[in-house]
Design a protein around this ligand. Structure first.
Ligand code: NOJ
Length: 532
């Protein structure tokens, strides 16, 4: 299929790899770049178009790579810069794009910039980070809280000042009001773009600029017990400041120095604020990640409403996108159950906008329960017992029924799911009706069907568990009907103009059948129908 006017990141399908957990090649129990290279044929088989790698840079791994101590290298755990160049070349040779994680909000406290910055008050790098005086009583400069528990300020006895960290104390926030910091990160971007990568996913993009006066955040009157403690405050002054837009526009300009690259932002904000990150006249992020499906109550009415809200909020000509899973949120198969995970796959791959898949979701990987003594995630360690742990969605990819699922010959850094002997790439690829083959069929159909890529989106009025919408392109119409419940639904002429040809069922059984005068949608079933 050819779409002259649209870019690869619009028509393509993105796939997130958590490198520690994808494929180990050297038996140390941790995935690596050579492992990813060895699995490129699988990614071609799956049909995705671009891989986004969570951080692979040198790091003390306090937050598993989101604490970077050198932006311009590769951590030996993952391999070498040469390995990385080999990956980019091999991926490109397989028609796969490569997107890297850019973590500009904070560095590791072991980054030379921070080591210098903390060394003395008059060090030239002092102002690269956020240093503030204690309050008169010696306590932290304000009430801001770390997303990983406790105050967001740590006292440095040597410097007798506090520094700010939105996450761990080992992740000191850079001062994005300092032009030298901006230029340093833009140079980091250029370094990787010149190496041939195809774009960035920018970590916590909405965090970069903080209130210049460091005002206290107001209390959150809707705070629910059992939620992470930082939610007790509204992050009014610590995130999403108006000056952010200039920063995003500057980042976009750097990306635009190179042809055909993409800028994606990690942004957890309500939809009206999220879409601001497209920037004035779309001069900002190409794709501000839309995470709405990660937290929506899984029912047809709630999902229909959120799609409408998102479609309505999008600026003219802004390209939408949808995410169903990532390395910070519980696995979709566990959030919605295995039967609905198939419906979710059809939803993701038939909505308007770029879909992002999270490794392993295509084989129905579940959230794995992690025993207390195996917890690795610092969030869970700092805020135990309320279910914030992210290890369960980061467990090793289940490739086959061999020891450790074929992920490693050593001891995996996290345990695999108990079911890996049955639920793995090898067994599911042989099962013609498996969720893996559903993903492959959906991806193949999407690629072959302009309605699903470029087509317009129109909701179809429905009630109860039925979610229905149309995708239209050049006079051709597809109808997507999804049953979000377990009971069958009769589809009548109020929803669908008969006849229609069924292009795909989530059960992978009805392809090619024609629905003439009525249609029974099974429980937990979804259909893509071509209307005549
Ligand atoms: C967002 C990342 O997705 C998450 O994994 C990380 O812990 C925080 N940013 C801090 O970098």
């Amino acid at each position: 299929m050819k779409h002259a006017a649209i870019s690869w990141w619009q028509e393509g399908i993105l796939y997130q790899i958590y490198p520690r957990s994808f494929q180990d090649s050297n038996g140390d129990g941790i995935g690596d770049i050579s492992g990813i290279i060895s699995r490129l044929p699988y990614l071609r088989y799956l049909g995705i178009d671009a891989i986004w790698l969570s951080p692979i840079f040198p790091s003390p791994m306090a937050d598993f790579g989101y604490d970077i101590s050198n932006y311009l290298g590769v951590d030996p755990i993952f391999g070498t810069l040469d390995d990385f160049d080999t990956l980019v070349a091999a991926a490109h040779a397989s028609n796969l794009k490569v997107i890297l994680d850019l973590v500009p909000n904070h560095t590791s406290d072991q980054h030379p910039w921070f080591i210098e910055s903390r060394s003395s008050r008059d060090n030239p790098k002092r102002d690269w980070y956020l240093w503030r005086e204690p309050r008169a009583d010696g306590t932290a400069p304000n009430n801001w809280m770390s997303e990983f528990g406790g105050s967001a300020w740590s006292y440095d006895a040597g410097a007798t000042q506090y520094y700010y960290h939105a996450f761990l104390r080992e992740q000191s926030d850079l001062n994005w009001r300092n032009p030298a910091v901006r230029q340093a990160i833009y140079d980091v971007m250029r370094f990787w773009l010149q190496r041939g990568i195809d774009g960035f996913r920018v970590d916590v993009l909405w965090h970069l600029i903080k209130d210049s006066e460091f005002r206290d955040n107001p209390p959150n009157s809707n705070f629910l017990p059992g939620r992470p403690p930082h939610e007790a405050l509204l992050p009014l002054y610590s995130t999403d400041r108006p000056e952010m837009l200039d920063v995003v526009t500057e980042m976009r300009r750097v990306v635009d120095e190179f042809s055909d690259r993409v800028l994606i932002g990690e942004i957890y904000l309500p939809v009206d604020r999220l879409v601001a990150y497209y920037g004035k006249d779309l001069s900002g992020a190409h794709l501000p990640f839309n995470f709405a499906l990660l937290s929506v109550p899984w029912n047809a009415r709630a999902i229909a409403m959120l799609i409408d809200d998102y479609e309505r909020a999008l600026p003219a000509a802004a390209w939408p996108n949808w995410v169903l899973g990532n390395h910070d949120r519980p696995r979709v198969a566990s959030r919605v159950g295995h039967a609905q995970a198939r419906v979710a796959a059809m939803l993701l791959l038939t909505l308007r906008g770029t879909p992002t898949l999270y490794y392993g979701d295509e084989i129905g990987m579940q959230q794995v329960a992690i025993a207390q003594d195996q917890v690795r995630d610092p969030f869970e360690k700092n805020v135990p017992g309320i279910g914030v742990g992210r290890d369960g969605c980061r467990t090793p990819m289940q490739w086959n029924g061999e020891a450790h699922g074929g992920f490693t010959t050593g001891e995996p850094w996290l345990p695999l799911a108990d079911d890996y002997a049955c639920e793995n790439v090898a067994s599911l690829s042989a099962d013609t009706r498996s969720v893996l083959n559903l993903y492959r069929a959906l991806i193949e159909l999407r690629k072959a069907t302009p309605e699903l890529v470029t087509g317009s989106y129109a909701p179809v009025a429905a009630t109860g568990d039925l979610l229905a919408y149309r995708r239209e392109y050049e006079g051709n119409t597809l109808l997507i009907v999804l049953n979000l419940g377990a009971d069958p639904i009769s589809i009548g002429s109020d929803v669908m103009a008969f006849p229609g040809e069924i292009l795909l069922s989530t059960n992978l059984d009805l392809t090619g059948e024609t629905a003439c005068g009525g249609l029974d949608l099974g429980g937990n079933e979804g259909l893509i129908i071509r209307l005549r």
